[in-house]
Ligand binder design. Structure first.
Ligand SMILES: Cc1ncc(COP(=O)(O)O)c(C=O)c1O
Length: 398
């Protein structure tokens, strides 16, 4: 590299985020080591309480991964073979993979035009007598339209499982809270518990991932199922432990999906910092909005107050996305396509066409975003994007 080389900007910088926490992370690791208990135990109990308090839910169940949180969440909500689960075709594979693994049928409906989230009207139109649940995804950290989805769920007696893997700490805007209070649980026939205002507390249950790159990430795999429903929580606790409540007595086949004490100890260190990191992500996103606003052919994401910007994802219409990504790479800027394919190709069925989801898969590009991303690095990303787009536009045949 010569002196003239521009800075390289990675997609994320976990080391920079963790460095200031090292003394606390070391102490947590020593505490867990000294306890001699490495699977579940007091660290996991404490993390579950702290996470439930933070999210405003009655129960938080620590699991092995976000994928397991979806599987166990679906089963704890009573979803089984042949049941239909209406969901988005534009998400990480685990969203529909887990439905398929249970022998249930993911039914894909389109996104709301111009965004990356499920279209409630399309969901409503897809409900039939086999429908049992709605599985919205808070993609990139943006809340799905939960008020409308909960209303549909109540009307048809459906369960709602939020895939909140990318949205730890996203809180419903004040105007949405009254409706969220009525909540999906309104149909459960039991007294509605105090509703959470956060992602994971807006449906009957929420599935979180602590994969290291998430806004709240562990130092390995981890996941969480949240719910206000005592029965769902008890069922999930049983399922994570081989279907047993009493050692060597099994009520049903379950999983080995318990959160490790070490991961819980580290997550307890990170959780108190999450709000500051979220604010930093929002500042980064606002700076991108300002820097990219005048680049023709680049559509910035919709700005909503709840967004926690797990990703900052622009659209590049006109078939130029991949060339622009290559142009960024050549200028030292990492980017990623989440996700290049819609999920309907992997099983399940579609209801209606999916033009908005297919368009999203063809146009999206996620730019570097993390709490410590500097203004200088962002300016470089913006310059690189401007040049890469201009270069793409100059190519004949576009
Ligand atoms: C939307 C979504 N759902 C589910 C998952 C699965 O989580 P995990 O990787 O912890 O199994 C992820 C993360 O990878 C995700 O982004």
């Amino acid at each position: 590299m010569s002196h003239a080389d521009p800075p390289t900007v990675p997609l994320l910088d976990l080391a920079a985020e963790l460095e200031p926490l090292r003394p606390e992370l070391d102490a947590a690791w020593r505490r867990a080591l000294a306890s001699g208990q490495f699977v579940l135990g007091p660290e996991v109990d404490a993390f579950e309480r702290e996470a439930a308090d933070y999210l405003g839910v009655r129960h938080a169940v620590g699991l092995n991964s976000g994928t397991d949180a979806l599987t166990i969440g679906l089963r704890a909500l009573g979803i089984g073979p042949g049941d239909e689960v209406i969901t988005t075709p534009f998400s990480f594979f685990a969203t529909s993979e887990t439905v398929l693994q249970l022998g249930a049928v993911p039914v894909f409906v389109d996104l709301r035009p111009g965004g990356f989230l499920l279209d409630p009207d399309a969901v409503d139109a897809a409900v039939n007598e086999r429908t049992r649940a709605i599985l919205p995804v808070h993609l990139y950290g943006e809340l799905a339209p939960m008020e409308e989805l909960n209303r549909i769920a109540r009307r048809h007696g459906l369960r709602v499982l939020e895939d909140a893997a990318q949205a730890f700490g996203a809180r419903a805007h004040a105007a949405s809270e009254a409706a969220a209070d009525a909540g999906a649980a309104g149909d459960a026939g039991r007294e509605a518990p105090a509703r959470g205002r956060s992602a994971g507390g807006l449906g009957h249950a929420g599935a979180f991932s602590f994969y290291p790159t998430k806004n709240l990430g562990a130092l390995g795999d981890g996941g969480l199922l949240t719910t206000d429903d005592d029965d769902v929580a008890a069922h999930a606790r049983r399922l994570r432990n081989h279907g047993s409540e009493r050692r060597y007595h099994h009520l049903e086949p379950g999983y080995n999906s318990r959160l490790d004490a070490l991961q819980a100890a580290w997550l307890r260190v990170k959780l108190p910092h999450l709000d500051a990191w979220t604010q930093a992500r929002r500042r980064v996103a606002a700076r991108y909005d300002a820097l990219l606003g005048d680049i023709e052919g680049v559509i910035p994401p919709r700005r909503t107050p709840e967004h926690v910007y797990h990703q900052y994802t622009v659209r590049l219409p006109g078939g130029r996305r991949d060339a622009v990504a290559e142009g960024l790479r050549a200028r030292g800027v990492a980017s990623m396509v989440y996700y290049p394919e819609t999920l309907d190709g992997y099983g399940g069925r579609t209801h209606g066409d999916l033009p908005h989801a297919r368009r999203a898969a063809a146009e999206v590009l996620s730019l570097p975003i993390y709490p410590t991303l500097s203004e200088e690095a962002q300016a470089h990303v913006a310059d690189a994007l401007r040049s890469a787009v201009a270069e793409g536009a100059a190519q004949p045949g576009d």
